[in-house]
Design a protein around this ligand. Structure first.
Ligand code: 6GP
Length: 802
């Protein structure tokens, strides 16, 4: 049905009538979107079935990526591109007077994630399928994804997100594959001929129903599966209060927790975590059982990867299945489990370390708790042999201590691989945060620097740049992004650089129009688009960016001879609803934006725009239109960052600290093609350890700092009732924990360099080209190949399958 335009339009019209029960004349855009989605899913289904059949027949090792978040965004254009039918469809629709881009508007972003960790999982799904690797995702089908953000009067307001309102065309509900997940109840030990057996009795059972999404690889027949679980009531609940049981059950997959690098110690969250892993493992084991007589070789055919600690209960859950359901010994079960599970850590922020109070954990998951307890006892015994008498160390490293279950400790002890997400992050894990564990298990620790799928973040989102690259170096970079390096040949080619300029300008114009339509603010596409888009967090230091804008504004107002290249500062950021300080920063950005944008005297130099409801689909419009990529976290705090890679790939220049993957970006692009400033991670960590920083000194000794800090509270932005006092206090009374004032001067300096470089367009375009050319390393294809080779031990099934 997609082999040519005519066949497409014919089938489309037939399907439209059949699925929507309307004539073409009566039909709406939503009907068109829905019909097209169904056609694509049908088209994919035979390869989907074939992929699964061949995995089964070949008994290939399968990897399951367990993640509490998958931040997918929209799938229509992405699927069309991967299937190679985007042109046929676009032209066919045109014949019928339909714009594909209008249909894309009909699709809701699937926002089943918060930020970096969730978006990484989505990029990984794309790379796994594209590289023909047998890897699938397991997650939760939240009824409401990440909240929708509205800005009202400068403040963030959260609205419930409704992505399922019109259904989700890509999913297939598989009610026959549902599994039961038990909570609460009690465990009974039975002596069966001298062998203790455990039964979980009087549990409240929740039915987990899978919804499968096909994961289509680029130009390949491989179609993997993303299985999202939905919580439903079982037909025969033991609970007498049926209404309460229904509410409690459905709540499990109702909402995504809106925090990223923060721990949410709530019963419901623990329920979600166990629900995800228990449903996934039960269904994986069930299908494994159809192929294999026993589970003794399970680890040779199945890998379970846990995306941070949220799915760490996969460890005791697998132990439970092997011991209670398969009758294995503890030793055999432990051997299998610790050769099945691998773990990625995504942050060293203390506030994100998951810890569960025993009093919550034990009653909710009685059998799982027993197993965790046993793992802990055995681990502490081993430590005792290794460090006899060192109670202090054993207490520090224990999985359960002071009535708390430490999820990261469980993850390290129960897995065979622990990886960080950028070189510096892995070093910090090894040398500092997890050093005691590194001493005991050095062989487990390894680095896998993050990556992004260049198919979504370049080919799909920046088609003009993609065409230029294709004209320059052909298309082999599409399958082998390291070939982007060949773009370096065009460093001296002024015609090529001119085209690069035109493309950036076109993208900036489109974004400017969108900004005008959404906010009424007119921005000049000839100004530097200086962009910071990411979650709002103190450590990411949006505040440093704001203080610099205030500084520029002051200079413009006070010194008529002050020269600067015109700038448009763009922000996009959601704050966790309970994160008071982050919300204050949003209000601050909007407050200074209001004043600056309404000041005619600076309007040819400075604009500030806060783009509301930052999300995947908006990000796709922003990266191609950006000149400067703000990656200004306090060094040592950002594990990797992935937005930094998306900017780079679209030709924006990084202005950043030596943190996370910025360091590797610098290594790839060279010192001349990046702007680095501020404290190093080591300097920051030394300050934390030994002290020696007094923010007030910087306030007193630097006039520029004093002026902007004073302006937070002196009514400069209008009478705001001490609105920004908490920010002011964080800088002065609380000694500026994120070193904003410490790095301020160095940041101003780096920003000045940015302005100078941009003013020399030829130089800038060369720098921009160098960034694109060296971005191939940051494709998630490279990252996933490393996971496949070094951690999972799986290889491409191309040729083997079908
Ligand atoms: C994030 C990290 O903050 C970010 O630096 C990294 O690029 C990303 O993970 C992907 O590895 N962490 C989270 O989103 C999170 O929730 C628990 O960590």
């Amino acid at each position: 049905m997609f082999s040519n335009k005519e066949m497409f339009t014919e089938t489309f019209l037939q399907r439209l009538e059949m699925t929507c029960g309307k004539s073409f004349q009566e039909s709406t855009k939503r009907d068109h979107y829905h019909t097209l989605g169904i056609m694509i899913r049908e088209y994919v289904s035979s390869n989907w079935i074939k992929t699964n059949e061949s995995y089964r027949a070949e008994k290939e090792k399968q990897v399951y990526y367990l993640s509490i978040e998958f931040l997918l965004g929209k799938l229509l254009r992405h699927n069309l591109l991967n299937l190679g039918i985007d042109d046929v469809v676009e032209e066919g629709l045109k014949e019928l007077g339909i714009e594909l881009s209008d249909l894309e508007e009909m699709e809701a972003d699937a926002a089943l994630g918060n930020g970096g960790l969730g978006r990484l999982a989505a990029c990984f799904m794309d790379s796994l399928a594209t590289l023909d690797l047998p890897g699938h995702g397991c997650g939760i089908r939240y009824k409401h994804g990440l909240f929708e953000q509205k800005i009202v009067d400068g403040y963030q307001v959260e609205l419930p997100e409704q992505w399922l309102r019109h259904g989700h065309v890509w999913e297939v509900r598989k009610a026959d594959l549902a599994v039961d997940v038990p909570f609460w109840g009690r465990v009974e030990a039975i002596n069966n001929n001298g062998k203790l057996e455990f039964r979980h009795l009087e549990a409240e059972t929740v039915m987990a129903v899978p919804y499968d999404l096909p994961v289509v690889g680029y130009q390949t027949d491989t179609v993997n599966t993303l299985r999202l679980w939905s919580a439903e009531t079982t037909p025969y609940p033991i609970n007498r209060d049926i209404m309460k049981y229904k509410r409690d059950t459905e709540l499990i997959s109702e909402f995504l927790y809106p925090d990223d690098t923060h721990d949410e110690g709530k019963i419901l969250r623990l329920k979600q975590q166990y629900f995800l892993v228990s449903a996934s493992i039960r269904s994986i084991v069930r299908s494994y059982r159809k192929q294999h007589a026993s589970l003794i070789d399970f680890h040779k055919y199945v890998g379970l990867h846990i995306n941070d600690t949220h799915p760490v209960l996969a460890i005791p859950e697998l132990m439970r299945v092997l011991i209670d359901e398969e009758g294995m010994s503890w030793e055999d079960a432990w051997h299998i489990t610790t050769n099945t599970i691998s773990y990625t850590n995504h942050t060293t922020l203390a506030e994100a370390l998951e810890k569960w109070p025993v009093r919550i954990f034990q009653p909710l998951l009685p059998r799982i708790f027993m197993i965790v307890n046993e793992i802990n006892e055995r681990f502490c015994q081993d430590l005792w042999t290794q460090y006899p008498g060192d109670w202090r160390k054993i207490e520090d490293m224990a999985i359960i201590a002071h009535d708390q279950v430490k999820m990261a400790h469980l993850a390290i002890v129960g897995s065979y691989s622990v990886n960080g997400v950028a070189a510096i992050h892995t070093e910090i894990l090894k040398q500092r945060e997890m050093n005691q564990f590194y001493q005991v298990f050095p062989e487990k620790f390894n680095n896998k620097t993050n990556g992004i799928t260049h198919r979504r973040w370049l080919i799909k989102s920046n088609p003009k740049l993609t065409s230029l690259i294709n004209e320059g170096i052909g298309t082999k970079w599409v399958n082998h992004p390291e070939h982007l390096k060949e773009l370096q040949f065009f460093q001296q080619d002024s015609a090529f650089l001119e085209q690069l300029y035109e493309i950036k300008q076109d993208n900036k114009k489109s974004l400017a129009e969108k900004i005008k339509a959404k906010t009424g603010i007119v921005v000049d596409p000839l100004s530097i688009f200086d962009v910071q888009v990411k979650r709002l967090h103190a450590y990411k230091r949006q505040l440093l960016n704001v203080l610099h804008i205030m500084y520029l504004y002051n200079r413009l107002k006070e010194d008529s001879s002050f020269q600067m290249y015109p700038r448009t500062f763009l922000f996009g950021a959601k704050a966790s609803p309970g994160y008071y300080y982050a919300k204050k920063i949003i209000k601050l950005i909007n407050t200074i934006a209001e004043k600056i944008n309404n000041d005619k005297t600076v309007s040819d130099k400075l604009k500030v725009v806060f783009l509301e409801n930052y999300r995947v689909s908006l990000a796709e419009e922003i990266f191609p239109a950006s000149d400067v990529s703000e990656q200004i976290s306090t060094a040592s705090k950002e594990a990797s960052g992935t937005g930094n890679m998306k900017f780079m790939m679209n030709g924006a220049l990084t202005l950043g600290t030596l943190d996370g993957a910025n360091i590797e970006i610098k290594e790839h692009v060279g010192d001349d093609n990046i702007f680095i400033f501020g404290l190093t991670a080591e300097e920051v960590m030394n300050y934390y350890q030994y002290g020696g920083y007094t923010s007030v000194d910087y306030y007193h000794h630097d006039k520029r700092i004093r002026q902007v800090v004073d302006q937070l509270t002196n009514g400069y932005f209008g009478d705001l009732d001490n609105e920004f006092e908490p920010i002011h206090d964080s800088l002065l009374m609380e000694n500026d924990q994120y070193f904003v004032l410490r790095d301020f001067s160095s940041y101003i300096e780096a920003q000045r360099e940015v302005g100078k470089a941009y003013a020399d367009q030829n130089r800038w375009l060369k720098m921009s080209l160098a960034n694109i050319a060296n971005s191939g390393f940051f494709s998630s294809d490279r990252t996933i190949q490393q996971y496949a080779d070094d951690i999972w031990n799986i290889s491409s099934v191309k040729g083997k399958v079908r």
